[in-house]
Design a protein around this ligand. Structure first.
Ligand SMILES: [Ca+2]
Ligand SMILES: [Ca+2]
Ligand SMILES: [Ca+2]
Length: 267
């Protein structure tokens, strides 16, 4: 869990150290390198370079004298044990000084990488930032899993998706209100590194039952439908607007469009 702590005057990352029913969280923001993200608002963990670990993007700012020039932050996950992050905001082009409020990650152009939408307060723009990954990041693979149910909870909010590659498990929870004032698509996006095949995909439905699929090829979108679910048209929407950014490195974000034009893509 990552959030801004007004009293401590820095950003807080709470690592889940729970064991069974014994819940425990440890504040690790300084030791892993994400304690200085400014007056943070919208925050999202995303695997921007598809290497299998979660990177962290934070939009920030405030109207007070101390925070108006606060730059957005992008922390790249460097892996290791314990995990550490590097601030690569300028290199990837996510270092604007708008008063950002909402921030969500989604693959709006369906090219296999997560892009960003940032909404800004105080008259600021709505921005669409296209992921311009290159090098190894461009070679890395991905898998998108879309759990679906019948009835009111068609998007299967409350589900958890786990994938296994060899002995490594990765997990994503489908949540409502995934970011401040924003909602990410109801799908689980996994960066897979150089993996071409996922050994297992396990969907745990909101009622606790599970569906398991084995030997799933990478670089595709799969819909997993719970037993008894009536098939329905799959609608997927995204908001397109923005500015433009350029960057260097393995992941770059480019601004799209101008002004506040909006379009919706359905698939
Ligand atoms: Ca990553
Ligand atoms: Ca994309
Ligand atoms: Ca891209």
């Amino acid at each position: 869990m990552f959030h801004w702590h007004d009293t401590l005057r820095h950003n807080v990352l709470l690592r889940n150290d729970s064991s069974g029913a014994n819940l425990a969280f440890t504040e690790v923001s300084e030791s892993v390198g994400v304690d200085d993200a400014g007056w943070g608002w919208g925050t999202t963990f995303l695997d921007a370079d598809n290497d299998g670990d979660l990177d962290l993007a934070v939009t920030n700012g405030f109207f007070s004298n101390q925070w108006p020039a606060d730059e957005s932050r992008f922390f790249q996950n460097d892996g290791g044990s314990p995990v550490t992050f590097s601030d690569v905001s300028a290199a990837v082009g996510f270092n604007d000084t708008f008063w950002g409020s909402s921030l969500i990650a989604l693959d709006f152009d369906r090219d296999g990488d997560l892009d960003l939408i940032q909404a800004c307060a105080d008259g600021g723009p709505l921005r669409l930032l296209e992921n311009q990954r290159s090098g190894q990041a461009l070679l890395n693979s991905y898998l998108v899993v879309q759990p679906r149910l019948s009835g009111a909870n068609h998007w299967a909010i409350g589900s958890t998706v786990r994938v296994r590659v060899g002995s490594t498990w990765m997990s994503r929870a489908l949540l409502a209100g995934s970011s401040l004032l924003g909602q990410e698509p109801a799908e689980a996006f996994f960066g897979l590194g150089t993996t071409s095949m996922v050994d297992e995909v396990v969907v745990e439905w909101p009622d606790g039952t599970t569906t398991t699929i084995t030997d799933v090829a990478a670089n595709q979108i799969i819909e997993v439908v719970a037993p008894g679910t009536v098939p329905a048209a799959s609608a997927w929407g995204c908001i397109v607007a923005g500015l433009a950014l350029l960057a260097s490195g393995t992941v770059m974000f480019r601004r799209h469009g101008s002004g506040a034009s909006v379009s919706v893509a359905t698939r």
